[in-house]
Design a protein around this ligand. Sequence first.
Ligand code: SF4
Ligand code: SF4
Length: 399
Amino acid sequence: MQYRTVPKNGDRLSALGYGAMRLPTRRGRIDEERATRQLRSAIDRGVNYVDTAVPYHGGESERFLGRALGDGYRERVKLATKLPPSAVRTREQMDRILDVQLKKLQTDRIDYYLLHALDAKSWAHLEGLGVLEFLDAAKASGRIVNTGFSYHGDLRTFREVIDSYDWIVCQIQYNFLDQETQAGTEGLRYAAGRRIAVMVMEPLRGGMLASNLPEEVRAIYHQSGYDRSPAAWGLRWVWNHPEVTVVLSGMNDERHIEENLATCEDALPGAMAPAELETIERVASVYRRSMRVGCTGCGYCLPCPEGVNIPQCFYFYNLYSTGQNRLFTRGMYGMNLMGGMGERGDAALCRGCGRCIRACPQGIAIPDELAKVRRTLGGLRTRVLLPIARRFFPADIEE
Ligand code: SF4
Ligand code: SF4
């Protein structure tokens, strides 16, 4: 196993982390026996960072980990979970939520405690409620050891959050298609430059970069001469960055776990040759070409007075346009539509005031494009997926 060091505390973490968001399921629930076997086997092979959050698996992921990390496995890993902004209404509630999480996880401390899925709005919400004071107090009491946040907003707010506290880690969405969206490469370097460990989520963009490949992408990989799966290409590209500490993979298939473990062994920082990087760039350009809107996710158009999450809408629209994982993309957009990613932010809220157009450095005709998003993704076929989306983002937390 390859290990990388957290700059501020010296922890040696496995470069491959275990994400507990996409565990194997049976009849809609976590397949506990299989998931426990997979998790323990990964730990036996050297994985020592396990990441979860309140909403994963309809609120069952933390409880599952509490059981699965029995028999001494808990002490062999650093455990990470997160505070869900949408469930917090008072400062006192933060303490109650943390106590429930400790109980569910059957532990007396969370090694890495992150504020979940921050963006400009949820950050302002939590900061206003005194979240930084809560983190200080929770650390002083020993209930949490290290602090961090996961992030899905714009780069400007990312920098602001980074500079607001003495964070140990941050968790960003990063892959070869998201170099300029959300925190992106600039955010990655900004965090690393301040000695903050960067955990990467969605290294394969929810599986989009690993399966159902466009024919042209298949051909490029084939011509490269490397006998390597698309998943291995995508993961290697992320690990190639020295600024990255841990890559989180939601693994639920024994073959994928095996493959990811093997890939991780020699996917060292800077290990990719120029020809390999060129292959990735060619693949990325095929995906980019098939995308509809040239939105970079900078967030300059926000806030919209009607509450439209403009970059998020374009993100899902572009993802959908590539033709892969359309059901998954509809489900994700459905969460956006019902407010599962913070405030309700779907394209149908746009009233066409035009304020955002002036702010967009890419010159995108935002209201017109939003109308296309609404027509493509906002219909009945998305709404029937809402009950499934609700399972992943319950409205409240059990206390
Ligand atoms: S045009 Fe639509 S998206 Fe843009 S600011 Fe106005 S309401 Fe919001
Ligand atoms: S629509 Fe324009 S301003 Fe808004 S996030 Fe995208 S690129 Fe930035």
